[in-house]
Design a protein around this ligand. Structure first.
Ligand SMILES: [Zn+2]
Length: 256
């Protein structure tokens, strides 16, 4: 199936466009939390991301789960069983946040705005039909790909939208393309994640982490449970709050 194997364009025009889009803020906001805020997020998302929920909860926090509804109840050849209606209900019951992630795992930089709107509409309808009747106020762009007009539109619909550009969210940000640091199994991932966390704590910023599956031996899209454990423990120890995306936005002063 296409949806398991698509990769965004790496051609020069696409890369240039990505930079132009990143620097053009569609929804400016100011991040100034009283305490550092760390938001763990899981995209798509495989059932094993529940391991991430367990760890974040153990440290007194809650996480965000971005649901791509065409994958609901499916089995990924790579990441295994994907979330289903029971997963959504359980996470919500436990106080975690369910966000939107498009229905078709759409590359929003390659689609017309009307298609982006339609697809996200479908995503929200599918979530409601799956029994998730809460307001969905968090969104993540598949592949982190977007355009200025998609960011504008998404900013009207959701309190926050997360991309995959690495870095901290601090001072002036685009709340419709928040930065996020990827968690993975390599030594490089761990080093980058720890240094981002240290910077977040020192500078009192808002830091998103993102990954997909979670386990002892994660896939190349996923993160080891012990890395999440290490980061969560260290964050809390240093006085950070582990908040789901919308609470993170409130604590950061991005939204009321
Ligand atoms: Zn995704």
């Amino acid at each position: 199936m296409m949806q398991w194997s698509y990769a965004p364009s790496r051609a020069l025009p696409a890369r240039v466009q990505r930079h132009v889009t990143m620097w053009r803020k569609a929804n400016e906001a100011f991040v100034a939390p009283d305490r550092p805020v760390v938001t763990f997020t899981f995209d798509d998302f495989p059932k094993s991301a529940l391991n991430g929920a367990d760890i974040v909860e153990k440290h007194g926090g809650r996480a965000g789960f971005y649901a791509c509804t065409s994958l609901m109840g499916q089995r990924s050849p790579v990441m295994g069983e994907m979330f289903d209606t029971a997963t959504l209900a359980e996470l919500r019951e436990r106080g975690h946040e369910i966000g939107a992630h498009t229905h078709a795992h759409l590359d929003c930089s390659r689609a017309q705005l009307s298609q982006v709107e339609r697809d996200i509409g479908e995503n929200l309808v599918a979530l409601a039909e799956a029994g998730h009747d809460a307001t969905v106020s968090a969104f993540a762009f598949p592949y982190g790909e977007t355009t200025y007009s998609a960011k504008q539109w998404v900013g009207d619909l959701f309190a926050t939208a997360r991309g995959i550009l690495p870095g901290l969210n601090m001072n002036e940000v685009d709340r419709s393309q928040l930065r996020a640091v990827e968690l993975g199994a390599s030594a490089m991932h761990r080093r980058r994640a720890l240094s981002a966390l240290d910077a977040c704590i020192t500078r009192k910023a808002w830091l998103f982490f993102f990954t997909h599956d979670v386990g002892e031996t994660p896939t190349s899209y996923g993160a080891p449970a012990d890395l999440i454990e290490e980061l969560a423990a260290r964050a809390v120890e240093a006085g950070a709050v582990l908040a789901a995306p919308t609470l993170g936005a409130v604590l950061s002063g991005v939204i009321d």
